[in-house]
Design a protein around this ligand. Structure first.
Ligand SMILES: *[C@@H]1O[C@H](CO)[C@@H](O)[C@H](O)[C@H]1NC(C)=O
Length: 163
């Protein structure tokens, strides 16, 4: 039998990826190894002085050490990074298992359900939309789609939402 996956969860990241992956590395040493990191809460920076560090990862100058999925698709730089990812060929179509931002980094957009290491993961990303579609928000359509997925047979092991 395949051993179950080992997951790490974290809240607001605010773009502090160096600090995050340093922490992941030390937890991985003491209690790992871990297969996946899920981030809920704000993933992008909330202050301009964090943007360089964040973009170092997104643009491949710094490495992300394990597959990382986020739903908090808002903050500084979000519109730029996410619109570039949306235009990327590899991300075309209906990708419920995450749009690839860079090596090991995946954006869970809108709502969806996918299989990861044998687990069924469902999500609703972003915050509630007040003024129509934009990055960082979910729409009523996303909620309806999630309701439809919830009615499919089978167990959902993990539901990611925030706030
Ligand atoms: C976690 O530890 C394993 C070895 O036990 C290593 O292969 C893996 O790269 C480490 N992952 C992270 C994210 O540090």
């Amino acid at each position: 039998m395949v051993s179950p996956p080992r997951l790490l969860l974290c809240g607001d990241v605010f773009g502090r990826l160096s600090q995050l992956f340093k922490r992941v590395s030390s937890v991985n040493k003491s209690a790992g190894p871990f297969d996946v990191l899920f981030c809920v809460g704000q993933f992008f920076p909330d202050s301009p002085d964090r943007l360089d560090e964040f973009m170092d990862y997104v643009e491949g100058r710094s490495q992300i050490p394990l597959p990382t999925y986020f739903i908090g698709d808002y903050g500084l730089g979000a519109a730029k990074v996410l619109s570039a990812a949306s235009r990327n060929h590899g991300n075309a179509g209906f990708k419920m298992d995450g749009l690839k931002i860079c090596e090991n980094l995946y954006w869970l957009k809108g709502s969806g359900k996918f299989k990861l290491h044998g687990l069924s993961v469902a999500y609703l990303s972003g915050r509630q939309s007040v003024e129509g579609p934009q990055f960082g928000t979910y729409s009523n359509d996303d909620v309806d789609a999630l309701r439809a997925l919830a009615e499919e047979p089978g167990v959902v092991d993990i539901l990611l939402t925030y706030p």
